[in-house]
Design a protein around this ligand. Structure first.
Ligand SMILES: Cc1cc2nc3c(=O)[nH]c(=O)nc-3n(C[C@H](O)[C@H](O)[C@H](O)COP(=O)(O)OP(=O)(O)OC[C@H]3O[C@@H](n4cnc5c(N)ncnc54)[C@H](O)[C@@H]3O)c2cc1C
Length: 396
């Protein structure tokens, strides 16, 4: 393979470096790594792989957790160098697919603009989250990132560069969004922008009762009282801790008087709120946790089964399983705003996203986590729920 602007690698060291991801539980080694430096490189690599009869898998930041951005013996196409914010307008930005959302934010926030939805960790690539969905605390209002993206430039599996949107090549647009890269490689995206607040008010509200916790989450989402709503829970030595995080984009304020116990109320810069995991990530890195294995299952629970499945998930966990950094993330989303065809959600008015975020330090931890994940997937599917496919594959 010859790329006009990129590089091609077949040496052992590089191939091994791509046989992993943030999950650390799947290890598929590519036959060849192509680092794209231009759209022409993506076209060339795709055509070459097609002619050679090899699988081609795109990779952004490699933060999926179940081998989604790996290939066993195929061509691994790394888009991490295909970066650049090409244009920022009043309501949209045009950005290369390998650009990280945090880089896009650095260009839009000084102009008072932001994408309407950002994932909790904004250092993944635009192409990577548009290929899975992209959910965050504002998703109860706007859906996934794939629901607000306006246009995509895609290199199809046949090696053609095609521009698609809801009105132009809509079948390709529908296949590629949350398509895990299987229907083409996104090389450029036109993403929506909305006015960004300068500052936000964040409240963290404590609960000791699961039913009040989930009832308030539902109420907050239905009332659209806050811009951002998420829930967290974890078993501790003194009982299960539940916490709702709500954020108001100032100057609009909303009351928390009728909600749980206020554990924190803080005014902070919007940019700091978006990168709110940074201190935790720094602590995880310092503790060696960031490079360990993270087989994090993410599921969409039907609302009717959410309380029961959350109870069962928590009953299946001890404070030792949770460890220093583990947490169960859960929050409801109206399915009416989740319109991306590739994002399969339960057929109810609300779905609860539930993510079991545990680290495996030892092989024994991994075995226990894998068993627990299998139970969570089985219970979810039996109840009519679905997998949000950023985690380890169900059944593995
Ligand atoms: C710490 C952490 C926090 C997270 N928080 C959230 C969250 O809040 N909300 C959420 O929704 N997700 C979250 N995720 C999951 C993460 O957003 C997804 O796994 C996302 O796909 C990762 O993007 P990436 O750039 O690393 O993509 P990769 O992991 O490299 O790729 C993911 C998938 O997209 C495909 N792909 C990548 N780039 C392209 C492209 N240009 N064209 C076509 N296909 C492509 C790959 O083949 C693969 O199937 C989190 C992950 C981590 C590690």
């Amino acid at each position: 393979m010859i790329l006009p602007h990129g590089t091609v690698h077949t040496d052992d060291r590089v191939l091994s470096a791509y046989a992993t991801d943030f999950g650390g539980v799947v290890a598929h080694r590519p036959a060849l790594v192509a680092r794209a430096g231009s759209v022409d490189d993506v076209v060339a690599a795709t055509r070459w792989a097609g002619a050679a009869g090899l699988d081609l898998v795109a990779r952004g930041a490699g933060h999926a957790m179940g081998g989604q951005a790996q290939t066993d013996g195929g061509v691994l196409l790394d888009l991490g160098s295909l970066t650049g914010v090409h244009a920022v307008g009043r309501d949209r930005a045009v950005v290369a697919a390998g650009t990280r959302w945090s880089t896009l934010l650095a260009a839009t926030l000084p102009l008072g603009l932001t994408p309407p939805v950002l994932t909790d960790y904004p250092h993944t690539t635009v192409g990577g989250t548009l290929s899975t969905g992209g959910l965050g605390g504002t998703s109860h209002r706007y859906g996934a990132q794939t629901d607000t993206v306006r246009e995509l430039d895609v290199v199809t599996p046949g090696g053609e560069l095609v521009t698609c949107s809801a009105t132009r090549e809509p079948a390709l647009f529908d296949a590629v969004r949350a398509g895990l890269g299987r229907h083409g490689v996104i090389v450029r995206a036109t993403v929506a922008l909305v006015p960004a607040p300068a500052t936000v008010r964040r409240h963290r509200l404590g609960y000791d009762d699961q039913h009040r916790f989930t009832a308030d989450l539902r109420r907050l989402v239905d009332e659209r009282r806050f811009d951002h709503v998420q829930g967290f829970t974890k078993p501790t030595a003194t009982g299960t801790r539940y916490e709702i995080e709500v954020v108001a984009h100032l100057p609009t304020e909303s009351t928390v008087d009728d909600l749980g116990t206020v554990r924190e109320s803080a005014e902070l810069a919007y940019g700091l709120h978006l990168d709110r995991l940074a201190p935790t990530v720094a602590a995880r890195r310092a503790a060696g946790d960031w490079t360990r294995r993270h087989p994090w299952p993410n599921v969409f629970l039907p609302d009717s089964a959410a309380d029961d499945l959350l109870t069962r998930t928590l009953a299946d966990l001890t404070p030792a399983d949770i460890g220093e950094f583990g947490v169960v993330l859960t929050y409801p989303l109206p399915t009416a705003v989740l319109t991306t065809p590739g994002l399969r959600v339960p057929a109810e008015r609300l779905t609860f996203l539930l993510a079991l975020l545990l680290t495996a330090t030892t092989d024994d931890d991994l075995a226990r986590i894998t068993d627990r994940n299998a139970r969570l997937y089985a219970q979810t599917f039996r109840a009519g729920g679905t997998s949000y496919p950023v985690g380890p594959p169900p059944g593995d």
